[in-house]
Each structure stands twice: as C-alpha cells, then as structure tokens.
Design a protein around this ligand. Sequence first.
Ligand code: ZN
Length: 162
Amino acid sequence: MLTCASCGHSNPSGARFCEACGKTVEDPAATAAAADAVEADFLLEQAKSARAPLLIVAVLSTLGAVIETVQADASIRNTVMMIDGALVASFWAIWFFAAKRPFAAASAGLALYLVVLGINAWADPSSIYKGIIIKIFIVVALVNAVRAGLKHRTFVREKGID
Ligand SMILES: [Zn+2]
C-alpha cells in the first residue's frame, strides 16, 4: 500500500501514479533499494581502483626482474630468473584477477607486495628508501582498495544485494 504524499489516497503497492490525483507516488522501499545499489556500485568501483597500483607493481617488478637477471652472477642467473619470474607472473595474475574479484586481488596484491618489500629491506636495508614515494602510493592505494572491497562485501551481504 502506497500513500500519496499529495492527497493521502491509498494506492495499491507498485503504483507509480496516484489513482486519485495523478501525481507520482514513490515507493520508499524501491527508492531505498535504488540508493543501496548506487552505494554498492560506488564501493565496487573504489575496490576496482586497485587495478592501477597493481599494474604499476606488475610493470616495476617486471623491469626489476630483467635488471636483476642480467646483473646476476652467471652461476645463480637461472635461479634468480626463476624466482623473479614466479613473482612477476603472480603480480600480473593478480592484476588480471582484479577486474573480476577486486577485493581478493587487492588483498593478495597488498600481502605479496609487503612481503617483497620486507625481503628486500632485510636483504638490503638501504633499499627501503629507494622509490619511497611510489612505494607509499602503492601501499596506500592498495589498502584503500582492500577497505573499499571489504565495505562492498559487507554492504552487499547486509542489504541482500545479489
Ligand atoms: Zn494523490
């Protein structure tokens, strides 16, 4: 049952126009559902913004892997190439995955990126400050994407959207 805001007439639910005065009647439930869908889309887009930092990580790790492999001592070159190659492949896979599952990809990308930063810092403490601005940008962007993804998931479940 929808009560017309203009004349107070009770219209059957689903009515778009008042039977008595012809003005538009709004279904509060439908209005709320539309607002929820907009909010859910916004949060999903925020989570998808992880694609940009993930792409930067994938490109930078690819360049880093090439340089490291070329510079590596011949005796360990194959090992370096294999380890770096696996890492590079993971970052590209996570980036690819981010289009469909932004929350999972942002979480996995952030975790892996922090592990790599940690290993590099342990192996060479002076490396921490190399490209510190881009590192901070990547971490902040991924953290924001993870938070948006988490909010999206919680919101969608709470509201029962898809
Ligand atoms: Zn009316």
